[in-house]
Design a binder for this molecule. Structure first.
Ligand SMILES: Cc1ncc(COP(=O)(O)O)c(C=O)c1O
Length: 405
């Protein structure tokens, strides 16, 4: 570790609450698909700020939009009508079958809004006391009290925060009977990610999704899809639920929406939108002029440059190359999975050693569930970058022992 790194680490420990298990890297600059540390060393970025900077880091075109809007109007509050928000809403709704949108500031806030909308819709529109939300094991929906309760994982995310809010039930992944058994007169909605990101890059099987949709219809309850990570072209369609040909009652977005500025969205049908009325839900910052202008430009670029197609092609290439590595290191790679550029390599050996080996060779990616390398690079990544990643992974794997007997 360089002196500069040690100094920043020490400085932070006396200033910030200790909530993050940081990577041993301090980033001073990010451009395109590259990060730079304090000493100017270059890293290949397969993380994109955790699936956020889908169009690459520090783009001139987005910086121009940001600066232009910042000089005109930054924030006036949601007490006023504002065109940038409406321009964005039109573009966003054109990408999907939803009719209405509510803007907020993060993924957790979007999911919180979706949960509130489902409950209020049941009470105010359907006159039913239905409030329970069913989620899946290993899901991740955020860290507000409600969304962490909805999250189907245990450990530090939940530890010490009780009492957790009522009205959440988690069922095992892939088990239709368990879901059927969990639905009751209090159920308002089922909430799922189409590809569990934090949960280990696990796409929901098509039959399972069809069964979930059928159960929601049969029981007259809502389907909420959390597209915070999977949305906005990452999986090879504009929205991951479009792979399955389904129309959720509510779905959420965040992460890549403003390519690094904080923004979230709750999208819903006209029918479900009746659940909200003036005063029922709000945010001071949501849909502010600067983030809205930037997000509108992000959507323009994603559509004009067919980022979904690019994610599909690059994802297929990454898969093909990873499968070659699996054939070469069958004792070290257990499998590959994902959709588009939400891509996972499941390791059969200690994931931390592999992840650290890559970082030492200046490749940044994420390790989830202890043994899954989660690859979520900018969608602008080049084939040559993917090849460089795989060649480095090959070297790292070759240098590590196989699984102990
Ligand atoms: C599927 C999913 N939902 C919700 C969230 C929470 O988003 P945020 O961290 O913006 O609150 C995340 C974050 O990783 C996510 O992956």
């Amino acid at each position: 570790m360089s002196n500069k790194f040690n100094a920043i680490k020490e400085r932070e420990s006396s200033l910030l609450c200790n909530t993050y298990g940081r990577y041993p890297l301090a980033v001073s600059k990010a451009k395109g698909c590259r990060l730079y540390d304090l000493d100017g060393n270059e890293y290949l970025d397969f993380l994109a700020g955790i699936a956020v900077c889908s169009l690459g880091h520090s783009r001139e075109d987005l910086a121009d939009v940001m600066a232009e809007q910042a000089r005109k109007m930054v924030h006036v509050s949601n007490l006023f009508y504002q065109e940038p928000q409406l321009d964005l809403a039109e573009k966003l709704l054109a990408t999907c079958a939803a009719d209405k949108v509510f803007f907020c500031n993060s993924g957790a806030e979007a999911n919180e809004g979706a949960i509130k909308l489902a409950r209020r819709y049941m009470r105010r529109v359907r006159n039913k006391d239905r409030f329970e939300i069913i989620t899946l094991e290993k899901s991740f929906h955020g860290r507000t009290l409600s969304t962490l309760t909805a999250t189907g994982q245990q450990g530090p995310i939940k530890d010490g925060f009780s009492p957790l809010p009522e009205g959440f039930v988690t069922v095992p992944f892939g088990n239709v009977n368990a879901l059927r058994g969990a639905i009751n007169a209090k159920t308002a909605a089922v909430m799922v990610e189409m590809v569990q990101g934090e949960g280990g890059v696990r796409p929901l099987p098509t039959d399972y999704v069809n069964d979930i949709v059928a159960l929601c219809k049969e029981n007259n309850i809502l389907l909420i899809v959390d597209e915070v990570q999977s949305g906005l072209c990452r999986t090879g369609r504009f929205w991951a639920h479009q792979h399955y040909g389904i129309t959720p009652d509510i779905f959420t977005s965040a992460k890549a929406l403003a390519n690094g500025l904080p923004m979230g969205a709750v999208l819903c049908s006209n029918e479900t939108a009746k659940g909200f009325g003036p005063g029922s839900h709000a945010t001071t910052f949501g849909g502010g002029a600067v983030v809205s202008a930037v997000a509108a430009k992000v959507l323009d670029i994603m559509v004009e440059e067919d980022m979904a197609g690019r994610a599909r092609d690059m994802g297929a290439f990454a898969r093909q190359e990873a499968e070659k590595l699996k054939a070469k290191h069958p004792d070290k790679i257990a499998g590959t999975r994902g959709l588009g550029l939400l891509f996972g390599i499941e390791l059969a050996i200690d994931g931390k050693d592999v992840w650290k080996g890559l970082l030492d060779k200046r490749i940044v990616c994420n390790l989830t569930q202890g043994k899954i390398l989660r690859l979520v690079p900018p969608l602008t990544i080049e084939k040559s970058d993917i090849s460089a990643f795989m060649a480095t992974l090959d070297t790292v794997l070759a240098g590590l022992d196989g699984p102990s007997a």
